[in-house]
Ligand binder design. Structure first.
Ligand SMILES: [Fe+2]
Length: 221
């Protein structure tokens, strides 16, 4: 899938209108890739399986990456009206190995796959409108209304990895293999040992100094 070969946006420099177009494209590509990942789930019921006992079912993550935008933009007062307060609460908090996280499925009344997709469409439209209209000056720093948008995009991209792992943990008869998600034939050596030093986005030694690497310290759940 050509879409996967996107580069993290440099927030520190550039022409504002060119940057706006870049961010718009990056946002939609990320949203598209995320939705394509869930196309690998064979049945609607697959969305409600817990691939890992320490995680929510996948329907949570399908909603979570969209509600994250709305919650961040609400907190930052970039938007005044929520889309669906009940979803934005239900899909807000993930789980990890901590005992105080709520893993009791009886406490959740998950919506249907179609309902969550409809919500995603609304969130996409709202963020699209902001990217097209918000005044933009560079660099984008954490005081900027754009910060929540950029954080939402990178958060969604991080969840591509975590959701991929969860999908891989599902029973094989619950997933379908699609051309967009072919088996990787490359082997770049052991984890933690970068194959080449310094390349942007390669996990190389120079990455921490890149302005695009601002997200590395963000906690993702
Ligand atoms: Fe998250």
């Amino acid at each position: 899938m050509k879409q996967r070969a996107t580069k993290t946006i440099i927030l520190a420099e550039g022409d504002p209108e060119q940057k706006r177009a870049e961010i718009l494209n990056y946002f939609h590509q990320t949203f598209d890739i995320d939705e394509k990942l869930y196309d690998t789930l064979k049945y609607d019921d697959t969305f409600y399986l817990r691939a890992d006992r320490l995680r929510h079912p996948l329907i949570f993550y399908f909603g979570h990456t969209a509600t994250f935008f709305i919650n961040k933009l609400t907190i930052a007062r970039v938007i005044e009206q929520r889309i669906n307060p009940s979803y934005e609460s239900m899909f807000a908090v993930g789980v990890d190995e901590m005992s105080w996280d709520d893993l009791d499925e009886r406490h959740y009344n998950w919506p249907t796959r179609q309902q969550v997709k409809a919500y995603r469409d609304q969130a996409r439209e709202l963020v699209d409108g902001l990217i097209r209209k918000l005044p933009l000056s560079l660099p984008i720093t954490w005081e900027s209304p754009w910060w929540g948008i950029m954080m939402g995009i990178e958060h969604e991209r991080i969840h591509l990895e975590t959701s991929s792992v969860l999908i891989r943990q599902l029973p094989i008869d619950q997933v379908v293999q699609l051309p967009d998600w072919e088996i990787c034939l490359e082997n770049r050596g052991a984890a933690g040992q970068p194959a080449a030093a310094g390349g942007r986005g390669e996990g190389g030694a120079g990455q921490a100094e890149e302005p695009s690497a601002l997200w590395l310290g963000q906690r993702v759940r």
